[in-house]
Ligand binder design. Structure first.
Ligand code: 1CP
Length: 355
């Protein structure tokens, strides 16, 4: 295996000393980059990109050619798992992801099973191997999955949703059915992330995009509990190095102490939580990742730099901070503004890491 040339991201996740605060951006490979749109046009579709290791490698590396990012993230999607379960993922033009066969009745839920990675998801594992080779030790590669609850939202609603009415109806009237789905999702996510780690993912993130839509009690029972099971089942070391785990619940700021207690190395924050206050609450337990408002990237460069300075000052001295957006970058952002962000984080953070 090639030596890792920049391990700042992995060191910060483990709260080891670093020279500057590392940064990557959620959805860093994507539609805001004209080169991504060009590759996607050649591939014919979004799933065409995901299922070809060559295309997935090409678009994973695109943001690294433009910006001095400290990590790469596997180009794929959280919805590969429900697709592998047979729900029939498709993308309707301009409407986002949808499923042909959403889980609505007891019979379909009883028939749901953990997919075999080698049969149904080998293309993702092949993409991980291919990206690692192409990175050649430049920066670490992040693998990822959706959380069991966030996957269940898409599986039950059949696509994106503003109110999660089908999920919530099931949660309150047939919690046994929702638990069955979550149980299977947790097993599937554990297998999937372990396969990514074995193929070379050097850190993994669980995206709990919709956990924040739950009540506190329901969050514990239907989201956090299952993420804890996954974290407990992950392979935490590979190639002689620790493989850090990041848990990101959008809207989870109120439950930070509980999220920090499930055994992950780092907790992702959306932009609504003050990162300094979050650090005081979690103490030494975990590293923190975040948390620029992604829409701050629509502002002029000087304003972006002011926000970066504010967040770095709020976190304060020392390691344990990975800079990121509080959620994915918008497709309408000017790529030059992402460059302003990355450079500002690197330049302004050095003062917070003096020995
Ligand atoms: O048209 C296109 O080109 C597709 C747009 C797109 C992209 C670029 C989708 C469809 N997925 C992705 C890539 C993707 N998705 C990555 C790639 C790696 C990166 O650069 O970060 C990752 C990590 C995801 C994860 C993902 N997909 C999440 C969790 C993170 C988040 O943003 O909250 C979710 C909820 C999805 C579902 C999904 N896939 C695609 C879209 C447009 C959506 C959101 C649907 C909705 O509105 O609910």
């Amino acid at each position: 295996m090639t030596e890792l040339k920049n391990d700042t991201f992995l060191r910060a996740l483990l709260k080891q000393s670093v020279d500057y605060t590392p940064i990557w951006m959620m959805r860093q490979a994507g539609r805001y980059l004209p080169e991504y749109r060009a590759t996607r046009a050649r591939a014919g579709s979004f799933m065409g990109l995901c299922t070809s290791p060559d295309y997935a490698t090409e678009v994973t590396l695109q943001p690294l050619e433009r910006f001095e990012l400290d990590a790469a993230i596997l180009f794929s999607d959280i919805l590969t798992i429900p697709d592998a379960m047979g729900l029939g993922l498709y993308f309707a033009d301009g409407e986002g992801p949808k499923f042909e066969r959403p889980l609505r009745d007891e019979a379909a839920i009883k028939a749901l099973a953990v997919p075999h990675i080698e049969d149904k998801l080998q293309y993702v594992i092949d993409a991980v191997s291919s990206i690692r080779k192409a990175l050649d030790g430049r920066v670490p590669l992040i693998g990822f999955s959706g959380s069991p609850f966030t996957l269940a939202c898409y599986m039950i609603e059949g696509g994106g949703s503003a109110d999660f009415r089908h999920v919530k109806a099931m949660l309150y009237s047939r919690p046994d059915l929702l638990h069955r789905i979550l149980e299977i999702n947790a097993l599937a996510v554990t297998d999937y992330l372990n396969a990514q780690i074995e193929a070379g993912a050097q850190a993994v993130q669980i995206f709990d995009t919709w956990g924040g839509a739950l009540t506190h009690a329901a969050y514990r029972e239907f989201s956090l509990q299952y993420m804890q099971k996954i974290v407990a089942g992950l392979k935490r070391e590979n190639e002689g190095r620790k493989v850090p785990v990041i848990v990101f619940t959008k809207g989870g700021g109120q439950w930070l102490e509980e999220i920090a207690a499930i055994g992950a190395d780092a907790v992702g924050l959306d932009w609504t939580t003050d990162i300094g206050a979050a650090r005081a609450r979690v103490g030494d337990k975990v590293a923190l990742q975040g948390n620029l408002d992604p829409n701050a990237l629509f502002a002029e460069p000087a304003a972006i730099e002011r926000e970066v300075a504010r967040i770095l000052a709020s976190y304060g001295q020392g390691s344990g901070h990975v800079f990121n957006l509080g959620h994915g970058i918008s497709q309408f952002v000017n790529p030059d503004h992402a460059g302003v962000l990355v450079d500002a984080v690197h330049r302004l953070s050095r003062d917070y890491h003096v020995a």
